[in-house]
Design a protein around this ligand. Sequence first.
Ligand SMILES: [Zn+2]
Length: 333
Amino acid sequence: MRAQLRHLYTKLFEPRAAVLMYHRIAAPSSDIWEIAVSPANFEQQLAFLKKKYQVISLQEMADSVANKKIRRNSVALTFDDGYVDNYLQAKPLLEKYELPATFFISSGNIGQETPFWWDELEQLILFTQQLPATFRLGQFQSQADLKDENYLTEDLRLKHTSWRACDEAPPTSRAQLYYSLWQELKPLSHAVQQEKMQLIREWANPSGETLPELKSMSLAQLQELGRNHLFEIGAHTVSHPALAFHEAPYQKRELAENREFLRQATGQGVDLVAYPYGNYNTDTLATVASLQFKAAFTTEERTINTQAHPHRLGRFQVKNLPAQEFSQALSRW
Ligand SMILES: [Zn+2]
């Protein structure tokens, strides 16, 4: 009862503060996880935030939790993963509006040609023009009979580009296969994921190359980002594992090696971290505490308040909305 009352008091009387989560600033033809905000909408969102909110750095937000002094109407901006569009599109707009932001970087893909496995999987399964009629490989639990969907018709393509995987059931057999493989691959280690991706590549045998905009930043781009006083680089593991599915030493290695890479790349301390997929367990909490991360961020949608656990801080995923709808979403949070 006391906890409930305290929660109610917090909700009614404490200043509101929130951390916003972006991934990509781009307008891709397909965005099934709703992680892309178009540059035009992003600019509208920044202009709105600049006018109506106090946009503070994530460090200040973390300090405000530690000191139990939350600033009224404060908002901090974060970007996960390290997509190249963060450098090409987000950086110039953040500079134009002079707004601080933190970039959580998964370092394994920095300077590499390879996209993240989930982006490549989406391209392979949903958008390869011609696939084999069945997916049955000994190394996989997922199976599919693609029936009349092995050829990508315009109708099929449309169903895939309009699919919202967070809220909607898969609309086609291909989408079902994608989702099943996504679930199967997500808990695995990077090495096993890559073995399985190679088998899927050979099976799909796509004629085109994967899209260049799915790449991560180059090392030089990351370094330039790190040099700008507006920006901070945060940890997001080396290979983006779902941490809770792995033993504590694996978790520790992923976090420590990522931090070391980012420290060397930017010459800055790295004491903020975001959990890949927002996924963590008690081992993760113990690990980030032992590595002395000052604050850690989930994808659990809740505001920042003085009761918040410093290693389980909430964030809100920003969708591709123009200013007015964005403002409505913010007022609901
Ligand atoms: Zn991520």
